[in-house]
Design a protein around this ligand. Structure first.
Ligand code: ZN
Length: 341
C-alpha cells in the first residue's frame, strides 16, 4: 500500500513537473528526459567540423570543431530520442505538410577536411545520414577562411609588443587573455568588411605579428573533390554554399546569382549530384535578401539560414537551424533541440 501511495505521489509529481514551461524544465536539467518523452518540432542541426585533436592555445577558439567523442555521444543521444533523417526527406515532408515531429537532420557547413576524416566515419558507424555544404572555391584549393587564418595567426605569434595598424594601436601579446581580446577586437572590425578586404587585412596582420604565411593546417584544412566524391559514394549528400563564402546581401545581385549557381554547377560537375537545398553563408537574415531568396527558388527546393529555431514549412527558403559547437555537451544539445519551436 505504502509503495502504491509513493508511486502515485511520484506520478503526480512528474505530471505536475511536466506542466512547467520547457525553458524552466531545461534549466533544472530535465532536457534529456524531455527528449525521450516528447517528439517535438523538427530540427536541422548545423555543424562545421569534428576533430580528434585536443584544443591548444587559440586553435579552435571559435569552437567550430566538436570533439569526436562528444560528437559520437551527441549522435547516440539523437538516435535514441529522435528520427534522424536525410535533409532531403525532412524538406520533402515539410513541403508536403506531412508529420515531421521528432525529425532531425544533420548538416555540416563549409567543407572542412575533418568532415571526411572524423565526422563521416562516426556517421557511417552509427548509420546516420548527413548533408555537407561545400564552399566550392575552397575545395582542393589550400585556401584559408579569413576567420581561421586570423585565429591561427594570433595563435602562432610570439610573445611581445606589436603595432596593429587595423586598430591603430600597440598591443602586448603575452597572456592568452590578451590574444583572445585582440582576436575579438579585430573580428569586430573585419566582419564589417568584404571578404577580400578582410583577407587582405589578415595578411597584413600576419606581417605585423611576424607570422610566416603558411597553407591551412590541422582543423583549418578543407577537403578535396576526391573527398567530396568519397562522401557521396558513402551515401551522404553534398550541397552548395557559394564559391567564395560570399555574403550575398552585400554584393550586386548578378554576382550573388553567380556565386549561387556556379557553386551548384561545380558540385554537379565534380560529384555528379548536388543537394536540392542551398545553404546561405553566414546565414543571418541580414546576409540574404528577398531577391537572393528568389534566385534560390529557381534552382533549389529549400535554403538554410543560421537563425536559431525549428524547421517550418512556411519558411522553406530560410529554414532555421540549431548550431552545435565544441561547448554543446549532450544536456545543452537536448535543451536546444527540445526548446526549438
Ligand atoms: Zn559557412
Amino acid at each position: 500500500m505504502s509503495s502504491c501511495i509513493s508511486a502515485c505521489g511520484a506520478r503526480g509529481m512528474v505530471s505536475r513537473l511536466a506542466q512547467l514551461p520547457t525553458r524552466i524544465l531545461c534549466k533544472i536539467g530535465a532536457a534529456p528526459g524531455l527528449m525521450r518523452l516528447r517528439r517535438g518540432a523538427p530540427v536541422i542541426l548545423m555543424y562545421h567540423g569534428v576533430t580528434a585533436d585536443e584544443g591548444r592555445g587559440l586553435v579552435n577558439h571559435s569552437g567550430k570543431h566538436v570533439n569526436i567523442d562528444l560528437f559520437r555521444r551527441q549522435l547516440q543521444m539523437l538516435s535514441r530520442c529522435r528520427r534522424v533523417a536525410p535533409l532531403a526527406v525532412l524538406v520533402q515532408a515539410l513541403q508536403r505538410h506531412e508529420d515531421v515531429s521528432g525529425m532531425v537532420a544533420l548538416t555540416f557547413d563549409d567543407g572542412y577536411l575533418n568532415n571526411v576524416e572524423c565526422a563521416a566515419p562516426v556517421l557511417i558507424d552509427l548509420k546516420l545520414p548527413a548533408t555537407f555544404f561545400l564552399t566550392t572555391g575552397f575545395i582542393g584549393a589550400a585556401r584559408w577562411a579569413w576567420v581561421d587564418r586570423l585565429e591561427a595567426a594570433l595563435h602562432a605569434a610570439a610573445k611581445g609588443q606589436f603595432r596593429i595598424s587595423l586598430l591603430d594601436e600597440r598591443v602586448q601579446l603575452d597572456a592568452m587573455m590578451q590574444r583572445v581580446e585582440l582576436l575579438r577586437s579585430i573580428k569586430v572590425v573585419l566582419k564589417r568588411m568584404s571578404w577580400d578586404a578582410a583577407e587582405a587585412s589578415v595578411r597584413e596582420l600576419e606581417a605585423q605579428l611576424h607570422v610566416e604565411p603558411t597553407e591551412p593546417w590541422g582543423i583549418y584544412r578543407f577537403m578535396s573533390w576526391d573527398h567530396a566524391r568519397q562522401l557521396v559514394g558513402a551515401g551522404f549528400e553534398v550541397g552548395a554554399h557559394t564559391v567564395n563564402h560570399a555574403l550575398l546581401s552585400r554584393m550586386p545581385l548578378a554576382e550573388a546569382a553567380h556565386e549561387i549557381s556556379a557553386s551548384r554547377e561545380h558540385i554537379v560537375a565534380e560529384v555528379g549530384s548536388c543537394s536540392a537545398t542551398f545553404c546561405y553563408p553566414n546565414g543571418k537574415r541580414t546576409d540574404y535578401t528577398q531577391e537572393v531568396m528568389e534566385i534560390c527558388r529557381r534552382q533549389f527546393t529549400a535554403a538554410l539560414s543560421t537563425e536559431l529555431g525549428a524547421a517550418r514549412s512556411d519558411e522553406l527558403y530560410e529554414l532555421r537551424r540549431v548550431p552545435v559547437d565544441a561547448a554543446t555537451i549532450e544536456d545543452r544539445l537536448a535543451s536546444l533541440v527540445v526548446q526549438a519551436a
